[in-house]
Design a protein around this ligand. Structure first.
Ligand SMILES: Nc1ncnc2c1ncn2[C@@H]1O[C@H](COP(=O)(O)OP(=O)(O)OP(=O)(O)O)[C@@H](O)[C@H]1O
Length: 209
């Protein structure tokens, strides 16, 4: 599914994430590690949001040489999502659904599962942190991406939505979607059928079980 070779992402501060080689087959992969170990840095680079060096291939599509094609295949939900405050979630869904060829049925299903229907027509500037996270999750799943990258997906959402999200991840994984997930919350991730766990320390992969 996803392969990295010679991956390097360095900030001007000197902090860097370095992964010489990594091959992840289809499935759910957890990335764990302490605060500041580099998890979000890695995920943002793999989502194509932050530039990085090295080769990243998603089912043969290259992030560096086919960036638009690559990014269409990815869904990403940030740990602390931000969106233009004057738009609403319906606006964002319209744009992303068109770009990723999502169906009305999928939009309706995700609207119900993630319980965004009540606020999706209100301006984003008035959303709570949980509403922002639900919005980011909705956009990440739209269009059945080949790989969905979720950075702290269980923070700020209520217990009921956490349960719904676990079921949604399991359902999509069964259908062949790959997942990279970070979480400091152990409860929900213990319910996931995880293929591998990667531990990060100081910008490096310490272990891969
Ligand atoms: N945009 C940025 N510019 C410069 N340095 C950054 C930036 N984002 C993160 N860092 C630094 O990179 C290091 C790793 O941060 P990162 O957010 O990737 O860690 P993390 O493992 O996701 O942490 P946490 O568990 O606290 O979310 C930290 O030292 C952080 O200060």
């Amino acid at each position: 599914m996803l392969s990295l070779s010679g991956f390097e992402k360095k900030y001007p501060s000197g902090f860097e994430v370095v992964i010489p080689q990594l091959d992840l087959p289809e499935g759910i992969h957890l990335i764990l590690g302490g605060n500041g170990s580099g998890k979000s840095t890695l995920l943002k680079a793999l989502a194509g949001i932050h530039p990085a060096n090295g080769e990243v291939l998603l089912n043969g599509t290259s992030l560096s040489s086919q960036p638009i094609h690559y990014r269409r295949k990815i869904g990403f939900s940030a740990a602390e999502p931000t969106f233009p405050e004057y738009l609403n979630l319906t606006d964002l869904i319209t744009v992303v659904a068109k770009a990723k060829q999502s169906t009305h049925a999928e939009i309706a299903e995700l609207t119900t599962i993630l319980e965004v229907g009540e606020f999706m027509t209100y301006p984003i500037g008035g959303y709570s942190s949980g509403m922002l996270k639900k919005s980011a999750l909705m956009l990440a799943f739209l269009g059945k991406p080949e790989l969905i990258i979720l950075d702290e997906p269980f923070t700020t959402i209520d217990a009921q939505t956490q349960g719904q999200l676990v079921r949604l991840i399991c359902q999509r994984a069964k259908e062949g979607t790959g997942f990279l997930i970070t979480s400091h919350q152990s409860g929900p991730i213990e319910l996931l059928p995880v293929m591998s766990v990667l531990h990060m320390r100081s910008g490096k992969l310490a272990t891969h079980e």
